[in-house]
Write a protein that binds this ligand. Structure first.
Ligand SMILES: NC(=O)CC[C@H](N)C(=O)O
Length: 711
């Protein structure tokens, strides 16, 4: 086959040493330092660090310097680069060239603010037609970069009345919120802490298939996943792909996009095969959460473009192939003080370990108290297919701590009553001094958990591979902030009641450990027993997006977001609506693709083949031979054709009925239960059966085995 004989595409690294070109396409602090007057640089770098505003004249200087740098690299255009609620990034390019003055220009005002014609971005009813303007505003905390010959300026995107229309605005606010809530607690241990920054490293999973094969599957093109396709004889049963040797075309592609990523300052560091054939992973080292988020969005875009040069297509969908492992984005999240302490890093100092436990237990409590907010943050039509299927975390939110830490928590709970006398070593008595210094090696990994402690950070594994991580990370930051604030109050109350500080902290930790037990789970998250057990514990198991999103409308939810000025009710409701709309659209598209493929491709092919069989049966009969086998197959085929016709027609009726439903939440739920649940599996079952009956030469769709095994 032509596809199998494709040559690797040649490309060259700028140097064999990454340090020679890392960040070469980024206008970061070091380039600013070279280009700006020292006084201006000082102002700008301070503003970046503090997240404060940059004054007009400094912005002017930065714009001039950025322009000079960009022109020196043969760049002609600039764009505000932002993350609207479509899920991808948006840009509108303007030239530096001023046709009247006949010179290249870049004003500070153009750097700082723009008004893209925003009326076609999703806004969930926030922007009415008479006030359809939105504007983008420079976010200096994420550096400018050159991508495809354009100077890209990371910005936020807000409505004229100030509501967020993007992913970044709430994320930045949540970063402020968690710092504000975590700092006072840090100060109980170390007065010099002034700020706490969340950090993030995103492991990105994806599939790669040949571009031509991709183009031949209308379902992949339209819906991002295959709606039909029988499992290949060899799937992932052999476990031979995971960490195996990377197919050479894919390796060439990986090396290529990694070079481009490194030039953009994206610190990619790991590549390997994933569980399913055709599935892979790329992971960078951690960065500040804001940068890591931008970098992940940029990386996806970049991968898509580089893949094209290699005649490949990257699939970021959470479940492109039924019956095989899905793809996630594992979000490694941590909190780091401005004094350089990772708050999730156990140490050999007992005092620091108390601080470590304080933040660890606060996170457990945050997940316990707000599991539904976290669940909602990862809900999408694509992720619904992945969660709980073929080695992906279930839709039930729980926390995995590992046996070492579980024992520590159990002991702390148990020993808490021990009387601590003056002169006692409290840490010893409570068993805290025993936390092994390097817990990293002691933490058993649990791939089945949606939210796992992994030695010095938490890994939020339930996030879907195509999602913008800003959504889940905002949710995580805000629920953690809320719990930390509550925790500080609880500790203060103990102190006011006369308890010594350390004892006050321990008392609160013990209370939280007791309260949050049901969210902790160390077992197999894939198992049926866990579903049953979770139900007994009263944990939610929301399998479908429109149901999982209900919590965004709850008063308790908006109170959390408002308490920390991350989003107001209007913004939350808008997001609820946008995500429901998106869900409906996705299921509708899939349902249509399914109907079209089944009626226009599959059934005609099946009939064509069946006609051959009929000829064959007649031939056999005329020779006086046994035609039973042929007739049986003819009957089987008829049965499946009938079933497909019936189900497709009933599915179309269900869509028609639901499209009249005015209440968007009801419509979305209907699409989930009455369209997706009611028909997708049934139709697929018959089509996949037909795939087995019909002569391979006739079958209209490229098969799984042809797509998944690249050389
Ligand atoms: N090896 C793994 O970690 C598999 C994870 C799985 N791909 C997921 O969906 O999250």
């Amino acid at each position: 086959m032509m596809v199998q004989s494709r040559e690797n595409v040649a490309f060259e690294a700028p140097s064999s040493k990454i340090s020679d070109y890392f960040g070469s396409e980024v206008f970061g602090l070091s380039k600013m330092k070279d280009a700006l007057a020292p006084s201006v640089y000082k102002k700008v770098s301070e503003a970046i660090e503090k997240g404060s505003k940059i004054d007009t004249s400094s912005a002017e200087e930065v714009a001039t310097a950025a322009k000079a740098w960009a022109l020196s690299k043969e760049v002609t255009h600039y764009t505000h680069w932002f993350q609207p609620l479509t899920g991808s990034t948006a840009e509108k390019h303007d030239t530096f060239f001023d046709a009247h003055a006949k010179i290249e220009r870049f004003k500070g005002s153009a750097l700082v603010q723009q008004e893209p014609d925003a009326s076609s971005f999703p806004n969930g009813g926030i922007r009415t037609t008479f006030e359809a303007r939105g504007y983008t505003a420079w976010d200096p905390s994420s550096p400018m970069f050159i991508f495809e010959n354009t100077l890209c300026i990371p910005t936020i995107f807000v409505s004229y009345t100030g509501e967020a229309l993007d992913y970044k605005t709430p994320l930045l606010k949540s970063v402020e919120a968690i710092s504000a809530a975590a700092t006072p607690i840090c100060q109980l241990f170390d007065r010099s802490v002034k700020k706490v920054n969340p950090s993030l490293g995103v492991e990105q999973e994806y599939f790669v298939i040949d571009k031509a094969l991709y183009a031949s599957r209308p379902d992949l093109v339209m819906a991002g996943r295959t709606v039909f396709g029988h499992n290949p004889a060899r799937g992932q049963q052999l476990d031979d792909h995971y960490f195996g040797s990377i197919p050479s075309r894919v390796k060439a592609f990986m090396k290529h996009f990694e070079i481009e990523a490194l030039k953009l300052g994206i610190p990619v560091s790991t590549r390997h095969n994933e569980v399913a054939p055709g599935q892979f992973e790329v992971a960078p080292v951690f960065e500040e959460i804001n940068k890591a988020t931008d970098h992940n969005q940029l990386l996806m875009d970049l991968m898509d473009k580089v893949a094209d040069q290699h005649h490949l297509k990257v699939l970021f969908h959470e479940k492109p192939f039924a019956g095989l492992n899905g793809s996630g984005k594992h979000n490694n999240w941590s909190l780091i003080t401005d004094t350089g302490v990772n708050l999730f890093q156990p140490s050999n100092s007992a005092r620091e370990n108390l601080q470590f436990l304080t933040f660890l237990i606060a996170t457990v409590k945050a997940v316990h108290d707000h599991a539904d907010i976290l669940r909602a943050s990862i809900a999408s039509a694509g992720n619904d297919f992945r969660l709980g299927a073929n080695e992906a975390p279930p839709a039930i939110i729980s926390v995995f701590l590992g046996s070492t830490l579980s024992t520590v928590l159990d002991e702390l709970e148990k020993n808490g009553n021990i009387k601590i006398e003056k002169g006692d070593n409290m840490y010893m008595k409570l068993g805290i001094s025993k936390i092994p210094e390097i817990i990293l090696d002691n933490t058993d990994r649990n791939r089945t958990s949606p939210f796992a402690f992994t030695g010095n950070k938490f890994e939020f594994r339930a996030v879907g591979s195509s999602s913008n991580v800003a959504g889940p990370m905002t949710a995580l930051n805000v629920i953690a902030a809320d719990t930390l604030r509550l925790m500080y109050k609880d500790i203060q109350a103990e102190i006011e009641a006369g308890k010594e500080k350390k004892i006050a902290i321990v008392n609160v930790l013990r209370k939280y450990i007791k309260e949050t037990k049901k969210i902790r789970f160390e077992g197999d998250g894939y198992s049926e027993e866990w579903e049953k057990e979770a139900k007994k514990r009263g944990l939610s198991n929301l399998k479908s997006t429109p149901f999982a999103l209900d919590v965004l409308l709850a008063k308790a939810t908006s109170e959390v977001y408002e308490r920390h000025s991350v989003m107001n009710v209007t913004e939350l409701h808008a997001r609820h609506e946008i995500r429901l709309e998106n869900y409906i659209m996705k299921v509708q598209i899939e349902s249509r693709v399914m109907g079209d493929l089944a009626l226009n491709h599959v059934i005609p092919t099946a009939i064509q083949y069946q006609t051959k069989l009929i000829e064959n049966a007649n031939g056999l009969k005329s020779l006086g031979l046994d035609s039973k086998a042929a007739i049986d197959t003819i009957n089987e085929i008829s049965k499946h054709i009938e079933a497909i016709k019936e189900n497709v027609s009933a599915m179309i009726d269900a869509r028609r009925r639901l499209n009249k439903e005015e209440d968007i939440a009801k419509r979305a739920k209907g699409y989930s239960t009455d369209v997706k649940d009611a028909f997708f599996e049934k139709i697929r079952y018959s089509v996949d059966k037909l795939e087995l009956f019909v002569d391979d030469e006739f079958w209209p769709l490229v098969k799984y085995r042809e797509m998944l095994f690249l050389r």
